[in-house]
Design a protein around this ligand. Structure first.
Ligand SMILES: *Cc1c(COP(=O)(O)O)cnc(C)c1O
Length: 385
């Protein structure tokens, strides 16, 4: 290993988080949590979301761990990601969330992927491609219930559905929607979307169409935690699998953080009062200080706003990130700490009982834990343990 900054990915924690979710779904289903849409009494299956390189953790290894743990299906953003999963040895069904380009169509068949149909024209293109290959393509239908991003508008289905349902080479195996405000208990849109999806399921879809008994799904991590009425046949957690609860929600689920990011102090020096540190001379010592350099910067995904707001752990204590975040390094104030060159630094994770988690880092700079995880750079080696 040449670089000292590495990401440790705990695959046992991924599996343990998956099992904690599965156990939660099972227990809550058994005590008869009311479900809408005439959901069957058995607990929902789990679509494990591994898009964006498994939220930065490394999709091939994480996907295999989740497949082994019992995920019903895996999901990713586009065909390229799905092909990477197949190449890694994933044999489970792979649902592709994103909109397909024309050039993607061959990959769907070659790699046996389950695409999402979000527009009538995508349905037409997939039907034609399946027809040309003399096959029937399994796909899921996405309904837009108010997020206004992807999907067939819920209030326009009477016009858009018939052609899709009449497509002889499409097997509409599932139908789903996605919530815009599941992590915001105050927002009314969540309930509106749930009611619109219920309406679609109960009123529009069953009337003679070939969808039943199709798979119905709606819940990301936040929705899954908040409301069992949106569990349906499958849930789609992403963030929770990585041991992070979507803010501002909390849970009693026994989740373990999967990612930790560690490095080493590569230089320590004394700075006199009045001297400055780093680009822009943004930090000025007010007392005799000890400043250490850590070889991880914004090219590794460390946000520039961490300077002045974030911390790292050194010798089990919080050391503030000061000055400015450079491309390849940060500087931290270790005044008063018995630390020296070569000492371990924890950027995310635990050290001597102290912990810095992704939520805390995100909150410190006003972003989301999703962004923090996904931005951890490609030049950082992922070590699986
Ligand atoms: C990313 C994504 C998820 C998972 O979201 P989390 O908040 O990480 O649980 C579920 N469904 C869709 C359609 C997604 O794009």
């Amino acid at each position: 290993m040449i670089r000292s900054t590495v990401a440790h990915v705990d695959l046992a924690a991924v599996q343990s988080n998956f099992l904690a979710i599965a156990e939660f779904l099972k227990t809550a289903s058994m005590i008869g949590v009311p479900q809408s849409g005439g959901a069957p009494p058995q607990p929902p299956g789990v679509i494990a979301v591994v898009k964006a390189n498994a939220y930065g953790h490394g999709a091939p290894r994480v996907a295999l761990a989740l497949q082994e743990a019992g995920a019903t299906m895996l999901a990713c953003a586009d065909i390229e990601e799905a092909i990477a999963l197949r190449s890694a040895g994933v044999t489970e069904e792979i649902l592709v969330f994103g909109a397909l380009g024309v050039s993607d169509l061959a990959g769907v068949f070659e790699y046996k992927l389950t695409p999402t149909i979000s527009t009538p024209s995508a349905g037409r293109a997939l039907n034609a491609a399946a027809q040309a290959r003399n096959t029937r393509l399994r796909c899921h239908l996405k309904i837009d219930t108010g997020m206004n991003r992807l999907g067939l508008r819920y209030d326009n289905l009477a016009r858009t559905l018939p052609e899709l349902l009449d497509s002889p080479n499409l097997e509409l195996a599932g139908v789903y929607t996605h919530f815009a405000t599941a992590n915001d208990p105050e927002h009314a849109l969540f309930a509106e979307q749930r009611e619109r999806f219920d309406y679609v399921l109960n009123t529009l879809l069953p009337s003679g169409f070939n969808l039943r008994p199709g798979l119905r799904h709606a819940a990301n991590s936040a929705a899954m935690l908040r409301d069992a009425r949106v569990w349906f046949d499958l849930v789609r957690p992403g963030l929770l699998l990585y041991g992070v609860v979507p803010p501002p929600l909390h849970t009693t689920l026994p989740l373990r953080p999967v990612m930790s990011l560690t490095s080493r102090l590569v230089s320590v020096k004394g700075v006199r009062p009045g001297e400055v540190v780093g680009y822009g001379a943004l930090w000025k010592a007010t007392q005799p200080s000890r400043i250490a350099t850590v070889p991880a910067g914004y090219a590794d995904g460390l946000d520039m706003r961490l300077a002045g707001s974030g911390h790292v752990l050194v010798r089990g204590r919080r050391a503030p990130i000061i000055g400015s975040v450079s491309m390849d390094m940060i500087t931290v104030d270790i005044t008063g700490l018995p630390a020296d060159t070569g000492d371990e630094v924890v950027i995310l994770g635990e050290q001597e009982g102290e912990r810095l988690d992704v939520r805390e880092m995100a909150a410190a700079i006003g972003t989301s834990p999703y962004e923090i995880l996904c931005r951890i750079g490609t030049r950082i080696e992922r070590i699986y343990d």
